[in-house]
Design a protein around this ligand. Sequence first.
Ligand SMILES: [Zn+2]
Length: 605
Amino acid sequence: MAGRIPDSFIDDLLARVDIVDVIQERVPLKKAGRDWSARCPFHDERSPSFTVSPHKQFYHCFGCGAHGSAIKFLMDYDRLEFPDAIEELAGRVGLKVPYEGGRAAAPQQSDTADLYTVLDQSARYFQRALADSATAKAYFDGRGLDAATVAAFGLGYAPDAYDGLRSALGNSPQRINLLEKAGMLTRGDRGGMPYDRFRGRVMFPIQDRRGRIIAFGGRVLEKSDGPKYLNSPETPLFHKGRELFALWQVRQAQQKIGRIIVVEGYMDVIALHQHGLPQAVATLGTATTREHAEILFRNCSDVYFCFDGDRAGRQAAWRAAESVLPRMREGRQAHFLFLPDGEDPDTLIRQEGSAGFEQRLTAATPLSEFFFAHQESGTDLRTADGRARLAERCKEMIASIPEGSFRDRMLELLTDKTAIRWSLSASLSPQMREGVEEMLEERVAQLRGSSGPAAPAAPQPPRSSGAVDAQRSVVRYAVALLLQNPSFVESVDAPPYAFAALRRPGIGLLIELIDTCRARAAVNTAALLQQYEQREEGAALRKLAVLPLHGDAGTLQREFIDALAVLAAQTKQQRTDDLIAKQSDGGLDDAEKAELRGLLATRRR
Ligand SMILES: [Zn+2]
């Protein structure tokens, strides 16, 4: 674990960075009053419900609920880890990130940078070795790759030796340690000295979304004991369930990505790129995960999955479908393309060219069709039992689809398949018919009613009036005012707070916020939200951060002072009630009697 980054640094950073600039570089923003707006980069929509507030330094989407600080935006949009997002922002404003925990943390941090360096050096070592190897060059020639493609993908060759890379780059114990950590060296079963993991293989560098090399895939050149394809193991930089081969190249090739084609192998990807379809990516020796699906759809709304037509290919396709369904937000489309037996994208595009492959893509099976074909197989829809079984099988998966027209369409199809064929079958007794219909109706009602665990929260339109809500709870209103304007803390008297004892939900939170704002002068709305991101109160605070408040800063600050005064008065009332209750219960001591008299006197005034 890297050392903790102090909150005060994060405050300072979020105060210096302008979130509008950060987002503007990635999503075109339009000025809308005090704020900026855009079509949301996290869900598909026609009219903009994504707003960025320079005042609060955060973004919020009224459509899908996406929200957060500049840090959160980089994490979600660029898919960076928290410390990387901080590093990125700190780099923009020339700050150096301090890590608490001193020495233990510092080497860890430089380690990451060193890992990138050593992987980059490995790639260059493999490229030099390719230039020197007639066999390896002949392999790529034989697969029809031209020099530009070999260069664009940074392809290389790992010589058939146990200490090729190790002796070229591992000139100290620290370097050997780094190479091992980067997955480039292995110790095998016997322990002992680490040696080259990749031997006698053509090498495919795997890049992250920022173009940095994070791992390699290697394919054997000659028959050997090892597997045909070997990938880097999971390392601090490489998590195969989150990475897609060539996504970097796809994003480099085009400004606006119209579609992405997911294929199975490195050579398939590269052949498609070379033959005019620079939209191909591949998963790295794993099935398509939900994370993959989300990354794919964040880059474009049309995804084509390409599989072998055999049994294994169909199984892989089904796993992809399972991962994709919970990601099918409005406007997204997934298609499945099955290739003829014995063919793969590499061989097909070389035979048919991009036009031929394009035709296959046009004829690809939509997700809905593939879904039902798979679910219906082995089920006899002419029988009531078969139809009921189909409804049962589909129920959970359809419920996992986010609300929207795709889910409606799937429900419609399910109803058609289970009800229409039903009416064609006259041979069933009326009772049986009723039973199944009832069951299906119930199922469909359940489906429509439940949004499923993975579905996003229902859209929340901007509230027209904050005042109505605010009246419901003064505490809530005070929290909203302070959260949106942390500098209001200046008008709060030092503790103890007159309202500290008030038994109302949210009082503890209000006091915590006041203390935080007092202790951290630079804190802004985004930094406060960031702090509560992982906490239970986070969701409530996010709503309050976008609660529309009417009036200029001066008016709002007076309202904040008034709100605290109301809370103080309520606290006194509560104390009065408590004392009166205790009096009738068993009596008060002298101090309490005096206190009660005082309270009643002030109330009369
Ligand atoms: Zn959104």
